[in-house]
Design a protein around this ligand. Structure first.
Ligand SMILES: Nc1nc2c(ncn2[C@@H]2O[C@H](COP(=O)(O)OP(=O)(O)OP(=O)(O)O)[C@@H](O)[C@H]2O)c(=O)[nH]1
Ligand SMILES: [Mg+2]
Length: 236
């Protein structure tokens, strides 16, 4: 996929409260899905804060969310990210988070065949909960986790990447791999591509374009030293 245009310029926001302008031009709800331990919270933290969280510092909460605003072709696009725990006991909680999602990132761990085998059931959930006409953008994301060896850190790959490509073709969705620890820009690339896809679809799909209008008219500080905000995945 080609690089996303325009994104990356740092938005400037007022800290005044109670203004009349909405705090963004478009609002995109993104949900992260995938088995236990695939790296969902790490992905969200890396996107919001520009770096991978410290080892052992990732909480295993039922759900967390955060937001970040980017500029797309001169428009402020506020991304709200919803992170759900992959543990089976949290699955029932997850259902309510599908509703209204404009983008779903279905994640698996490249070193875990089991997590890849679960992608099909996560995709079924996406299809069950999302209205077929809503124009929801879905993406398949494989997380490459670095393992230390006696020589150099290396990736352990168990999932045949051709299978991953075939599966994404079957669902007609894009496939990416990311490494939050060694390459945080891979996370930005996925998110920038997602914004481009949602915004492009919104131009064509009136249902979608209605739902990405901001609901809030309250002006608030949403830029955190150029990074995002989250509640739940960390204390930043
Ligand atoms: N090296 C490396 N490790 C990662 C990466 N993503 C996640 N991990 C590690 O994988 C483990 C699980 O990551 P989490 O982000 O907690 O996974 P999760 O999907 O949120 O897990 P649940 O909330 O339990 O469903 C942690 O020890 C992370 O440090 C990555 O991109 N690179
Ligand atoms: Mg998590």
């Amino acid at each position: 996929m080609s690089a996303t245009p325009v994104l990356g310029s740092r938005p400037r926001f007022s800290t005044r409260s109670g203004g009349e302008r909405p705090d963004c031009d478009y609002l995109i709800k993104t949900i992260l899905l995938g088995d236990l331990d695939v790296g969902k919270t790490t992905f969200m933290h890396t996107y919001l804060h520009g770096r991978c969280p410290a080892a052992g510092a990732v909480p295993k909460l039922g759900a967390a969310n955060g937001h970040k605003t980017v500029v797309y072709h001169g428009k402020r696009v506020k991304l709200t990210m919803w992170d759900t725990a992959g543990q089976e006991r949290y699955r029932s909680l997850t259902a309510s988070y599908y509703r209204g999602a404009h983008a779903c990132l279905v994640m698996y761990d490249v070193s875990s065949k089991e997590s890849f085998d679960s992608v099909t059931s996560w995709m079924e959930s996406v299809q069950d909960y999302n209205d077929a006409n809503s124009g929801t953008v879905t993406m398949l994301v494989g997380v490459r986790k670095t393992r230390e060896s006696s020589q150099r850190a290396h990736h352990v790959t168990e999932v045949d990447q051709q299978r991953a490509v075939n599966l994404s073709s079957h669902y007609q969705i894009p496939h990416f791999t990311v490494d939050c620890l060694n390459d945080p820009s891979s996370v930005d690339f996925v998110m920038n591509t997602m914004v481009t896809m949602v915004m492009t679809k919104a131009m064509e799909n009136s249902n979608l374009s209605q739902t990405i209008r901001p609901y809030s008219t309250k002006l608030e500080m949403i830029s955190h030293k150029g990074q995002g905000r989250c509640s739940g995945c960390c204390n930043l």
